[in-house]
Design a protein around this ligand. Structure first.
Ligand code: PEP
Length: 254
């Protein structure tokens, strides 16, 4: 089995002013000074990216990510931001296809595919989110839904793009609800995603692929999720907004 370095990302969503972001990152730097459990990615809002970038060391264990991008290089897309702009702001990662983007902004698989291409072309590693809604979980159709999201956005992408992607399994019913997937449900879904990636793109892509779990992760449930063989990290929303809870989640990686 390929050894995969764990990767934990904090998605701050539309939270934190610049001053609040700076204070959180300064605290995290202190708390994580001796941390050696894997990669850490912070995804603040756009307005805080440059200030947070200045606080992160140059060969960082803590890296910077954005929450979204537009696939076009530039142009008349009011309110949007390009991959090159994110790189310039110091980002190495970008979240693509979060369920909130799909739900509230109508982002389709085809559009997300363009974002993946643009992100990698600019040197960003995409954290590509997939996940089923509650009716699909309850009816047992969730594997069909996950396969369709993978195929819809990733079919035919070149190896250079696929090999940069980090996948995040985020069941929509678990996001911000306090109801996390059980470790067994997460493992089952992650194994299915890895198998599907192998069928679609081969073992050389599927085996090193890191798959994060996201959805109501807390210091209490992080470890049980992380010890599953196909859970290679976490994508944390609410609990990443507080230094104590995010640090405690990270320490469960070690
Ligand atoms: C998320 O939005 O990516 C997420 C996982 O949120 P939470 O941890 O708050 O459920």
């Amino acid at each position: 089995m390929t050894a995969r370095t764990k990767i934990v990302a904090g998605n701050w969503k539309m939270n934190k002013t610049v001053a609040e972001a700076i204070s959180l990152v300064e605290q995290l730097k202190k708390d994580l000074a001796a941390f050696s459990g894997g990669e850490v990615v912070l995804c603040p809002p756009f307005t805080a990216l440059a200030s947070v970038a200045k606080l992160l060391p140059t060969s960082p264990r803590i890296q910077l990510g954005a929450q979204n991008l537009h696939p076009a290089a530039q142009g008349a897309f009011t309110g949007e931001i390009s991959a090159t702009m994110l790189r310039e702001a110091g980002c190495r990662f970008v979240i693509v296809g979060h369920s909130e983007r799909r739900r509230y902004f109508g982002e389709t698989d085809a559009f997300l595919r363009e974002k993946l291409l643009a992100a990698v072309a600019a040197g960003l590693r995409p954290i590509f989110c997939v996940g089923e809604e509650l009716p699909d979980r309850e009816s047992g159709r969730w594997p069909i839904h996950l396969r369709s999201q993978l195929q819809g956005a990733l079919h035919g992408l070149p190896v250079e793009v696929l090999s940069e992607i980090i996948l995040a399994y985020e069941p929509v019913w678990a996001i911000g609800t306090g109801r996390n997937a059980t470790p067994e449900q997460a493992q089952e879904a992650h194994a299915l995603l890895r198998k599907e990636m192998e069928i679609l793109h081969g073992a050389s892509i599927a085996s090193p692929l890191r798959i994060q779990y996201g959805g109501s992760v807390t210091p209490q449930n992080a470890r049980a999720l992380l010890i599953q063989p196909d859970v290679d990290g976490l994508l944390v929303g609410g609990a990443s907004l507080n230094a104590e809870s995010f640090t405690s989640i990270l320490l469960s990686v070690e």
